[in-house]
Design a protein around this ligand. Structure first.
Ligand SMILES: [Zn+2]
Ligand SMILES: [Zn+2]
Length: 147
């Protein structure tokens, strides 16, 4: 379904002179088709059957390469494990406070906030981060209704 996107990503890698190893290809493909913002460990677990010799470190190295050239975004939340996201279009995230699920949320980029912040503070703004928190539908259902 996202073959075009995969091809596009592979072209980008080629343009940057990055070698496309079977593992790198698989990591990229997994991220492209994943809606769940996996951790490096999740990716490792999903792919270890296919690549028995691959280590978590290999997954990390591949993610680092993909992040460097801007194909992948790393989401850090101050805990041990970063989540990884294929960097397609600008989007925001809504995060479940119960189960930690991260869902894409499309909303026009808040450019005005950045320019206002620059004006007010004199900073050279590089980016901003906005996250919305709550309880996902699944977790709402798990919660017994109080009467
Ligand atoms: Zn949840
Ligand atoms: Zn996302």
């Amino acid at each position: 379904m996202s073959d075009d996107k995969l091809q596009e990503a592979i072209d980008t890698l080629r343009n940057y002179g990055v070698r496309i190893t079977p593992q790198r290809h698989a990591v990229l493909e997994y991220l492209l088709n994943s809606m769940v913002h996996p951790t490096a460990d999740d990716i490792y677990k999903a792919l270890e059957g296919k690549f028995p010799n691959m280590s978590v470190a290999t997954v990390y190295n591949n993610l680092r390469v993909l992040r460097k050239i801007g194909l992948v975004r790393e989401l850090t939340y101050g805990d041990s494990s970063s989540r990884f996201d294929y960097n397609s279009t600008e989007h925001y995230h809504i995060i479940c406070e119960e189960c930690g699920k991260i869902v894409d949320f499309h909303y026009p980029t808040l450019d005005e906030v950045e320019s206002l912040a620059e004006q007010v503070t004199g900073f050279d703004v590089s980016h901003h981060r906005m996250e919305i928190y709550g309880k996902c539908e699944k977790c709402q259902q798990l919660e017994p209704q109080e009467h």
